[in-house]
Design a protein around this ligand. Structure first.
Ligand code: F0G
Length: 491
């Protein structure tokens, strides 16, 4: 394997390391999240970010040329966990753009040129997830994985299904029943993934798929959710591209919606590494925006004052909060279905990113999300509701005087407008197309490639059976339904 890259537990009191050739969803010793780290002294690190510009002219059809064409891999010296360029699984992801949103800036009372929108919906599957999937599939190929799975609010499943089809791996996606927008569901079906509609929400789906990946090795599942540290390596590239579009000058602020908190975690790591390597002088501030109906990070940071605390995260605070959610049988609810998550798995890494980027957390309600989404569409080229949260967050932070009118701000628009047309039609007409469709007569699909979702109870045996495994396996394992697990070890 690659000896300059390794996996390391983020818990500084543990710090266990693993080879990049191992497949892990957490530290075996303490259960914390893992990072991919590099021994930079053994690697050819560019002296300046402008080094990457030569790649604009070198895209071609061999492995290096295909990597140069990708908006992720053209920065490959900053995510060098692969062995050779031949390992890289790419579909030309990350060719996205930073729009100077002058009309929207005027509407928000900002100076022209100070409001930038990073359109990650322009990725091949229509969301930022492709940045991460290209990296995780590269690792999956390196370790010889054949079956890949994820839980998803929609975009991860679309991206996984696309990359699985491309690399001839078996894709399996777990989605909450009735939770996913049609644009995203249609993609998972179309790309041929086995689509399991679990009775429950995203958090329940993630607990199950994680349980199967970790505790049922007989099923041979490679987990593609953002607990997979290789995913986050690819998502760092969003920060590189914003810098690239600005002649390598960081903006003052980065604003991103927060769901499972993978993106913000990747951004913190990207900047911490670039600072360490002397590639940037300034680190922008970070604002993570929760939906009010899925506000775990906001509550923990703003009300309970939870911080990274040099890695000694106060897990009792998280434990109490999750126990209260369990007790109240609380399920998150927001029109921004992509971020309808109340037990974010990357919570400790997000706390670290807040420290690395002097960050803040805010929450915005559904009306603010829908208004901001519509405003982006009126003056730009649209985004899905979750992405509207970053612009709604900007509006709030301007009102609060946290962001100054003279500061430059890059809002990450994480998903394409056409991902969730129901939300758009509903906003403009008041008509809920989803409920109209529910009343429509059901017909059997006729297409040769028809790929219907399978409804499954939130029960290990039924899920294993639906995945083509032996349901007796679940009985033999006698595993209870997993509770909300803490994303940090008890130190
Ligand atoms: N925006 C969109 C459009 C998303 O799909 C997601 C996450 C987020 C924001 C939040 O990003 O998890 O890195 O904080 N969607 C996941 C999914 C959970 O399953 O598609 P995060």
């Amino acid at each position: 394997m690659n000896h300059a890259a390794y996996q390391k537990c983020i818990n500084p009191f543990c710090g266990a390391t693993y080879d990049v050739g191992e497949t892990k969803v957490g530290c075996t010793v303490c259960g914390s999240l893992l990072d991919i780290l590099y021994d930079w002294s053994k690697l050819p690190v560019p002296k300046a970010l402008s080094y990457f510009e030569h790649r604009w002219a070198t895209k071609g059809t061999d492995a290096a040329g295909r990597a140069d064409f990708s908006g992720v891999w053209r920065f490959r010296e900053l995510l060098p966990f692969y062995r050779s360029e031949a390992d890289i699984v790419t579909i030309g992801e990350g060719r996205t753009q930073l729009q100077d949103a002058r009309l929207l800036a005027r509407e928000m009372g900002m100076k022209p040129g100070n409001l930038l929108l990073q359109y990650e919906g322009l990725n091949p599957s229509g969301s930022f997830k492709d940045n991460g999937m290209t990296a995780a599939f590269t690792h999956a190929r390196m370790v010889g994985a054949q079956k890949v799975a994820c839980a998803s609010t929609g975009n991860t499943s679309a991206s996984l299904a696309m990359f699985a089809a491309l690399s001839e791996m078996k894709g399996i996606v777990f989605i909450g029943s009735g939770k996913i927008s049609f644009g995203k569901l249609s993609q998972a079906l179309d790309y041929g993934a086995l689509t399991l509609q679990i009775k429950g929400d995203f958090d329940a789906c993630l607990r199950r798929v994680r349980q199967i990946a970790v505790d049922v090795p007989q099923m041979g599942i490679y987990l593609m959710n953002s607990v997979n540290p290789f995913r986050l390596e690819g998502q760092k590239s969003i920060m590189y591209r914003i810098l690239e579009a600005r002649d390598w000058n960081p903006p003052d602020w980065i604003i991103v919606p927060g769901g499972n908190l993978g993106n913000c975690s990747a951004f913190g790591k990207a900047y911490a590494e670039m600072k360490e390597l002397g590639l940037v002088k300034k680190i922008p501030r970070l604002a993570i925006i929760n939906a009010a109906g899925a506000n775990t990070l906001s509550v923990l940071v703003n009300e309970h004052k939870l911080t990274w605390n040099k890695g000694e995260v106060h897990c009792e605070t998280i434990g109490k909060h999750y126990a209260a959610l369990d007790e109240a049988n609380y399920h998150p609810h927001t029109v921004a279905s992509a971020i309808e998550i109340s037990r974010p798995v990357n919570l400790p890494k997000a706390l670290r990113a807040i420290e690395q980027m002097n960050g803040v957390v805010r929450e915005v309600d559904d009306d603010a999300i829908l208004e901001s989404r519509a405003m982006v569409a009126r003056y730009g080229f649209g985004c899905e509701p979750a992405s509207g949260a970053s612009v709604a967050g900007l509006k709030l932070l301007l009102e609060q005087g946290v962001i100054g009118k003279d500061e430059t701000v890059a809002c990450i628009l994480t998903g394409h407008e056409l991902k969730d047309p129901n939300a758009t039609v509903m906003y403009h007409t008041g008509l809920d197309m989803k409920s109209v469709q529910d009343l429509a007569p059901k017909t059997e699909p006729k297409g040769r490639l028809a790929n219907r979702p399978i409804a499954v109870a939130d029960d290990l045996g039924s899920i294993i059976k639906a995945m083509g495994g032996d349901e007796k396996l679940a009985l033999a394992l006698e595993m209870p339904t997993p509770k909300s697990t803490l994303p940090v070890a008890e130190y």
